[in-house]
Design a binder for this molecule. Structure first.
Ligand code: BGC
Length: 856
């Protein structure tokens, strides 16, 4: 028996985070028992297990609602706390976990450090000073924030594992600082401490429609404190003040979209530094997950293209950058350009629009590995210029991603489906970069709220996204406060230059709130609760839910039909194919119908949250408003017989079914209409952002599972496997991103790495593997897999806070299916297999062979 995955607030051994609440979680593996008899959690300040440092002992208890344990403690700044959990199983085995820890940042402590600002308009600079360590040191911590973006070097060695710090957050409302444990960098002697600054999202060109510079500020700046603790018990703080210096760096122009220029000749000039006495009020401990290199990828081939270019193919889509071993003589210029696809076997990047996506380097004549610092790229292919001999071993790609552990697994007996599954996983991997982005390559890469609203369930089934999405919701809350409850189309939403410079309608309306996009405010908190069962987190996020439905309810007041939302601009079923005008990004489904349906859905989710949290007052008005909105919805949009009054679409019915907006007993009619629409379209979908995640779920849930399987397995356009047949390695933005001959269909808005339609993976997990989170019961999952004969078998796992469930099924013969189910320690599952009796089972491994199954 062992205890694993010890986390505080969904992070392993977090340092310098904000700990306003403390949620401890862990998992037990390898026990012969079924569940815990008792659990005991102890916390020590500073030294582990020294009796006088113990500050908390839960005693032997059995937490009733185990998604983890919430503990209230008075914490001190810059202090490490150790913790340990002891579990006794119902078989009497006892197990002590290893020690885990968390360490606070500066908390309320005032900053001695001052912002050092570079008044000159520079794209990059080095801010530095020397540090002398005169006696044996036992601990060094660096608390700091650099804006736009920074990396720390101590004696020219990069400190810490993170990149693109401080990450992308709503800098106009909060400036998160990081804490680095730099003890190992400082032996006795003189050291050089350097902070390398670049533009980043803060002041580099960013935002779609050509972008804007200096969105959050005009100047590079940094604030830092180095806290040194010596073996003899004394301490010292070195902080940013007039004793620091600044020089130009070898980095020239740099920004997220265009890439980075490096030229040694730019380096070394003295730069003026201004010491600012103010502006510290926005500084706050970080809550963002570390942004790290998660994988190295070697090129699979070097291609000589028909038009004479040299192009590296990495065989897969990557978000990050390429590092290259430079062997060129002084002043040779090297250029790398990044693209997603070849066209006519040549290098291509027109679908990146204005993003230059390149790295340019002037050699100083020294042989070394080089890489960019303040940008990233979304790519599979890299065009190389200026390298005299291009050899594979001189290039390596690094994947950058926020740290979200893999949490789910699924493989089937169908290779094309497996490719699709790994394409979804790849698109998540490529777009979870501090914020959930729409795409990683073109001049956009923004936190579009609608995309993550529809993808969040898939995201949480694949990876542990609790910390990542919680941070994103914190940013949402800040933006929402500014917008009186509305939720923007993208988060963060940088302060836009005065609106008459902004012609783009979407940019102008970005704060107005649109259905599905704004509804991330209710969808993501509820999705997180379903997957991670952390009530304290839900409580913290609840105001985002409540404020959004309150905002929409105000909007509905001025609608001609009360309680419906038909009076605002909507993006609707974005990119659906049911519109006569295929050039239009808007689908055919009535926008007021969709907005009103989402309003009801958001009310439903907020009501559930209010119930879980015991918010009685809110519960009452939400219940009342939901009743009114549903009635109004049914009257306005449904015929007597339950069919839609508006023009029928697949999306229309999928929404009606999945949001349960049909009149009592009329779900069958809606399901039949949906089934018919799909069959009439020869088992092809024509849905967009709203309909796509719901279509197969609605069909499977309401008795047309076979139709769901057929649309899912459709190999001709439009469909998920059409992309796979054309060699896709990630999920495309559009069903027709590529034409059947492999040519790109358009360049205006066409990314090959957009996770939105990857939300089909939720259907695979929830319906084919059968994992249905059950937030009404403690530590319970519903498991009801539905077969899809063409897949032959499925092997899958899903990680919950208390452990990992596994489901496998295998069609042995036409009349014989073998199921293999594993339930983790402490968990239960209500198992529902086709053709067998429903059974509630405790932890353990179960095999069932069921003969002669009839699928409904
Ligand atoms: C983005 C989307 C986004 C949409 C909304 C696009 O440009 O890439 O995924 O949700 O705009 O307008």
């Amino acid at each position: 028996m062992k205890i694993v995955n010890l986390q505080v607030n969904h992070k392993e051994n977090p340092i310098g985070y904000e700990f306003q609440k403390l949620h401890f979680s862990w998992q037990v593996e390898g026990s012969t028992g079924k569940e815990a008899e008792t659990v005991r959690l102890c916390v020590w300040k500073d030294d582990r297990k020294a009796t006088d440092s113990e500050i908390y002992d839960s005693g032997e208890i059995l937490p009733a609602d185990f998604g983890g344990m919430d503990v209230e403690l008075t914490l001190f700044p810059r202090t490490r706390y150790h913790w340990q959990v002891t579990v006794v199983s119902d078989k009497g085995e006892a197990c002590e976990s290893d020690f885990a820890w968390f360490e606070t940042g500066k908390m309320e402590e005032a900053w001695d450090g001052k912002w050092l600002c570079i008044p000159e308009k520079l794209d990059s600079a080095r801010v530095l000073r020397s540090v002398e360590i005169k006696k044996p040191l036992c601990q060094a911590r660096l608390y700091l924030c650099g804006l736009g973006m920074y990396e720390v070097y101590i004696d020219e060695r990069k400190a810490g594992e993170e990149y693109l710090m401080p990450g992308f957050h709503s800098y106009n409302f909060v400036q998160e600082y990081q804490t680095l444990d730099v003890t190992e960098y400082f032996a006795e002697g003189i050291h050089e401490l350097e902070i390398l600054l670049g533009n980043g999202w803060y002041k580099g060109r960013y935002l779609f429609e050509g972008g804007f510079e200096n969105l959050y500020g005009n100047h590079l700046k940094v604030i830092a404190e180095l806290h040194l603790l010596y073996v003899n018990g004394t301490s010292e703080v070195i902080y940013t003040d007039e004793n620091w210096q600044a020089r130009t760096s070898y980095i020239g122009r740099n920004n997220i979209y265009d890439g980075e220029i490096q030229d040694y000749r730019l380096s070394g000039k003295t730069v003026k530094l201004e010491v600012l006495e103010t502006e510290k009020e926005l500084l706050k401990e970080r809550t963002s997950m570390p942004l790290i290199e998660t994988e190295y990828v070697k090129p699979v081939s070097v291609i000589d293209t028909p038009s004479g270019e040299t192009v590296l193919d990495f065989g897969q889509m990557i978000t990050g950058w390429v590092s290259l071993y430079c062997r060129e003589s002084e002043d040779t210029q090297i250029r790398l350009q990044y693209g997603e696809i070849l066209q006519g076997q040549n290098f291509y990047r027109d679908n990146l629009r204005t993003a230059k996506a390149e790295f340019s380097y002037v050699s100083d004549g020294n042989e070394k590995w080089i890489r960019p610092h303040f940008t990233y790229y979304g790519f599979r292919y890299v065009k190389v210029e200026g390298v005299s001999k291009v050899q594979k071993e001189d290039f390596i790609a690094f994947r950058l991603m926020s740290d979200c552990r893999i949490n789910g697994y699924v493989k089937t007996g169908n290779e094309k489906v497996n490719r699709l599954i790994s394409n979804v996983q790849a698109s998540q991997q490529c777009n979870f970069l501090d914020i959930p982005t729409d795409c990683p390559q073109r001049d956009e890469r923004m936190g579009w709220t609608g995309d993550i609203a529809i993808f969040s369930d898939t995201a949480c089934l694949c990876r542990d996204c609790a910390g990542f999405l919680d941070h994103y919701l914190e940013m949402t809350a800040l933006e929402q406060e500014e917008l009186n409850g509305s939720v923007p189309l993208f988060v963060p939403r940088p302060p836009l230059p005065s609106s008459n410079h902004v012609e783009n309608l979407l940019l102008q309306m970005s704060g107005a709130g649109a259905c599905a996009w704004g509804d991330m405010a209710t969808i993501i908190p509820w999705t997180l609760y379903e997957h991670y069962r952390d009530k304290t987190m839900l409580k913290k996020q609840y105001p985002v839910m409540r404020d959004w439905v309150t905002y929409v309810s105000k909007r509905t007041e001025s609608n001609p039909v009360p309680h419906l939302w038909q009076n605002d601009l909507q993006l609707g079923d974005w990119l659906a194919l049911d519109h006569e005008d295929l050039e239009s990004p808007f689908g055919k489904t009535d926008a007021g119908y969709l907005a009103s349906a989402y309003y009801c859905y958001s009310l439903t989710l907020t009501l559930r949250a209010a119930e879980v949290l015991g918010k009685t007052e809110d519960k009452e008005w939400i219940q009342e408003e939901l009743k009114n909105a549903r009635n109004a919805f049914q009257k306005e949009f449904l015929q007597e017989n339950g069919e839609l009054k508006i023009e029928e679409t697949q999306t229309g019915y999928a929404v009606l079914l999945m949001f349960e907006l049909f009149r009592n007993g009329q779900d069958r009619i809606a399901a039949e209409r949906l089934d018919r629409l799909v069959r009439e379209n020869e088992y092809h979908l024509n849905t967009g952002f709203i309909g796509t995640p719901l279509l197969c779920q609605a069909l499977s849930k309401y008795g047309a599972h076979e139709t769901a399987c057929k649309v899912f397995l459709q190999e001709t356009y439009p469909g998920w496997l059409y992309e796979v047949n054309l060699g896709a390695v990630t999920i495309w933005e559009r069903w027709n991103s590529l034409n059947p001959d492999g040519s790109i269909s358009s360049t205006g808005m066409n990314s090959l790495n957009h996770y939105a339609y990857g939300s089909i993976l939720s259907w695979i997990y929830r319906y084919l593997c059968g994992f249905l989170p059950d937030s009404d019961h403690v530590r319970t999952l519903q498991i009801s897999p539905k077969l899809c004969t063409e897949l032959k078998w499925i092997k899958s796992s899903y990680g919950t806070p208390w452990g990992t469930y596994r489901v496998e099924w295998n069609i042995l013969s036409e009349s014989e299916i073998r199921y293999h189910i594993q339930i983790p320690f402490g968990g239960k599952a209500m198992i529902n297999l086709p053709g067998a009796k429903e059974e509630m089972l405790p932890a353990g491994e179960y095999v069932r062979v069921i003969r002669s199954v009839k699928q409904e």
